[in-house]
Design a protein around this ligand. Structure first.
Ligand SMILES: Nc1nc2c(c(=O)[nH]1)N=C([C@H](O)[C@H](O)COP(=O)(O)OP(=O)(O)OP(=O)(O)O)CN2
Length: 176
């Protein structure tokens, strides 16, 4: 039996998903004029990087990818996710309290229990984009030369949103 020669057409990707890559957080979204009640999810995340192998024969070190993603997840754990770019949700940060308004409704939450996110809605899609872009920034040179970063967010069992960022070429505007 002969060993196959390494194929120049082979492509590689690495993926990290762990039981502890989960954050428990509250949120609400608007759908048209209707606004959900405040509720929570256990949001599960996974990250995947595609691209060529480096000198260590890695796409990217699993451990570096896992640990950076874990830090991000831990920052969101046990918090209220607040969208700062929603056109109709007003957010006023006043010292130790954050006041959030939508139409006639008003929530006042301790500031350290809020995560003020640069997104228009806390949908699974935009959370996936936020996590992908922030992970990409924090991984920095470790992703140099790679092709794409994919971030999966599961909001409820079996309900995933996926954001894939190209890593080659111009960097897209941040969350615009
Ligand atoms: N494509 C998307 N669709 C929906 C999103 C989203 O982020 N992306 N989000 C929502 C709501 O936030 C909703 O809270 C989803 O939660 P879920 O618990 O699945 O909603 P249910 O009302 O069905 O709750 P059950 O407890 O499972 O009955 C909606 N769509």
């Amino acid at each position: 039996m002969t060993n196959p020669a390494p194929s120049p057409l082979a492509s590689f990707r690495v993926r990290v998903t762990k039981d502890h890559l989960v954050f428990s957080a509250a949120h609400f979204i608007t759908i048209g004029d209707w606004c959900e009640r405040l509720h929570g999810h256990n949001w599960r995340v996974a990250a995947e990087v595609a691209g060529p192998l480096d000198g260590n024969h890695f796409v990217v070190d699993f451990i570096a990818l896992r640990d950076q993603l874990q830090k991000l997840v831990d920052e969101l754990d046990h918090s209220l996710l607040v969208p700062m770019k929603h056109p109709d949700i007003q957010v006023n940060v006043a010292g130790e309290e954050v006041e959030i308004r939508f139409q006639k409704r008003r929530w006042v939450i301790p500031t350290d229990e809020c995560r003020l996110l640069p997104i228009a809605q806390t949908t699974a899609e935009l959370l996936a984009q936020y996590l992908a872009q922030t992970l990409c920034e924090r991984m920095g040179a470790a992703l140099k030369g790679q092709t794409s970063l994919r971030l999966d967010v599961e909001e409820n069992f079996g309900q995933w949103a996926i954001c894939e960022l190209p890593l080659a070429g111009p960097v897209p505007d941040r969350l615009e």
